[in-house]
Design a binder for this molecule. Structure first.
Ligand code: PLP
Length: 401
C-alpha cells in the first residue's frame, strides 16, 4: 500500500494508529512504506539502515526476491485449506527442516509464543502419559523470554516485570532457576519435573549466551533424570548465531526445539520439531491450530530457509559477527560486547541505551535495546561495508558529548 493511493499524509497514518490501535510498544517515529534488503524507507523516500531485521526475522534481507516470488506463486495456487487435504509446501518444508537440523518430526504454528505453547503442551502430555499425572513441571531460566501467551509468559522467568504483573494467577507448573548455573537447575529438579526449557542465548532478557558447560550439563542432567530438554530457538534459530540452530554450536540435541521469526522471513510462521519418541504424545484432538501448516506461509518459509541454507548465511553470521563485535569493542564508550554470531548486545559505560537508540534513528540507523544494553540483530546477509556504515553512525552518536 502506498500513501499516494489513499490521498493521505504520514501524519494521518500516525493519527489513525493512535486513535484506533491498542499500542503496547514504543515506535520509531516514521511510517515505513517500503523495505528492501538492508534498508527501510519512509514516505518521503528517506532510507534507514536496518540493524534489527524486524527483530531477527528478515534474515535474508527485507522482501527477499525469492520469498516474494514464492508468496506470489503460492497465492495464485492455494493459500489456505486447513489440514484436511495434504498440501505441497507443508510437506516440502517439513522434510527440508527436519533433514537440515537433524530432528524427526515438525508441528507448525503461527508465532514463537504459539510454538512454545506447543512445546510446553507436548512435554507435559509426554510426562503425564509416561510417568503419571503430577509429572508436568518445567524448569526455565531467570531472565529468559518465551513469549506473551499464558503458558509462554509464565515460562518467561521475569517475575515482577510488566510481562507478568497484574494478570492474576499465572499458569501452574513452572519453576525458575538462575541461567548459566547448572547447580541451580540440578537443585530445582523435583519428582514432578518433566523438562528443562532454555534459550541458548537469552535475547529479550539482555543478550546472555549460555556457556558450553551449562548447555552440555543440562543435556546430561536431563538424560540422567529422565527429563526432556526443550530449547527455544525462536530468536537464535535459522543461522542467527552462526549455526543453523544454536544448539549445534554446543554439540547437543534437544528433545523438542521451538522456532519462528527468521523461519518465515516476514510471514507469520513458527514450529516445533521433536524426536519420534516425544512427538507420539500429540494424538488426534490433543493439539491443533487453524493456520498450522498454512500453504502460503509454508511456501514463503521454504524459500527463506532455502536462502539461509543455500547462501550459507550461518557462515556469514559467524564471520560478520566476529568482525562486528571486534569493531564495537574498539569504541571508547563501549564497556563490553556480548553475544554469538549476529546476535549482539553492547554494554555502555555512561550513556543510556534508549537515548543512543533515538540518536541512531535520527541519523538513519535502526537498532534495538535489551534491558540496559544496545542490541543488534541485522539481516544475516550483511556485508563488511554495511557494518562499517552502521558503525560510523553509532560511533558518531557515542562520541557526542
Ligand atoms: N521466544 C523467544 C526466545 C523470543 O525471543 C520471542 C520473541 O521475541 C518469543 C519466544 C515469542 O515469539 P513471538 O513474538 O513470535 O510470539
Amino acid at each position: 500500500m502506498k500513501l499516494k493511493d489513499y490521498n493521505l499524509t504520514a501524519q494521518d497514518i500516525k493519527d489513525m494508529v493512535s486513535t484506533y490501535m491498542i499500542e503496547t510498544m514504543p515506535r520509531y517515529d516514521f511510517v515505513c512504506e517500503k523495505a528492501k534488503g538492508m534498508y527501510l524507507y519512509d514516505t518521503d523516500g528517506n532510507a534507514y539502515l536496518d540493524f534489527y531485521a524486524g527483530i531477527a526475522v528478515n534474515s535474508a534481507g527485507s522482501c527477499n526476491e525469492k520469498v516474494v516470488n514464492a508468496i506470489i506463486d503460492q497465492a495464485q495456487d492455494v493459500m489456505h485449506t486447513f489440514n484436511y487435504p495434504y498440501t505441497i509446501p507443508q510437506a516440502l518444508l517439513a522434510k527440508r527442516i527436519c533433514d537440515a537440523i537433524g530432528m524427526d518430526k515438525i508441528y507448525y504454528q503461527s508465532s514463537g509464543s504459539e510454538a512454545n505453547e506447543a512445546m510446553i503442551k507436548l512435554a507435559r502430555k509426554y510426562g503425564v502419559e509416561k510417568y503419571g499425572e503430577n509429572r508436568y513441571e518445567i524448569i526455565t531460566a531467570k531472565s529468559g523470554f518465551h513469549g506473551r501467551t499464558f503458558g509462554a509468559m509464565t515460562a518467561t522467568g521475569q517475575p515482577g516485570t510488566a510481562i507478568h504483573k497484574d494478570f492474576g494467577k499465572l499458569t501452574p507448573g513452572f519453576k525458575y532457576a538462575e541461567y548459566n548455573n547448572l547447580k541451580a537447575f540440578e537443585e530445582a529438579v523435583s519428582e514432578n519435573t518433566i523438562a528443562i526449557m532454555v534459550e541458548p542465548v537469552q535475547g529479550e532478557g539482555g543478550v546472555h549466551p549460555a556457556t558450553m558447560e551449562f548447555m552440555r550439563g543440562l543435556r546430561k542432567l536431563c538424560d540422567e533424570k529422565g527429563l526432556l530438554l526443550l530449547i527455544d530457538e525462536v530468536q537464535t534459530g535459522w543461522a542467527r548465531t552462526g549455526t543453523l540452530m544454536a544448539y549445534m554450536d554446543y554439540g547437543i540435541k534437544p528433545d523438542i526445539v521451538s522456532m519462528a521469526k527468521a523461519m518465515g522471513g516476514g510471514v507469520p510462521i513458527g514450529a516445533i520439531c521433536a524426536t519420534n519418541e516425544v512427538a507420539k504424545a500429540f494424538t488426534p484432538g490433543s493439539h491443533g491450530s487453524t493456520y498450522s501448516g498454512n500453504a502460503l506461509c509454508c511456501a514463503a518459509s521454504l524459500a527463506e530457509v532455502n536462502e539461509i541454507i543455500d547462501r550459507d548465511l550461518a557462515g556469514n553470521a559467524k564471520k560478520m559477527g566476529e568482525y562486528f563485535r571486534e569493531k564495537l569493542a574498539e569504541i571508547d564508550e563501549v564497556e563490553g560486547v556480548d553475544g554469538l554470531g549476529l546476535m549482539i548486545g553492547v554494554r555502555l559505560k555512561t550513556k543510556k541505551a534508549a537515548d543512543v537508540l533515538n540518536k541512531c534513528f535520527e541519523n538513519g540507523l535502526l537498532i534495538l535495546t535489551a534491558k540496559e544494553k544496545l542490541r543488534f540483530l541485522p539481516p544475516l546477509n550483511i556485508s563488511y561495508e554495511k557494518i562499517d556504515k552502521g558503525l560510523a553512525i553509532l560511533k558518531k552518536v557515542l562520541d557526542e558529548k
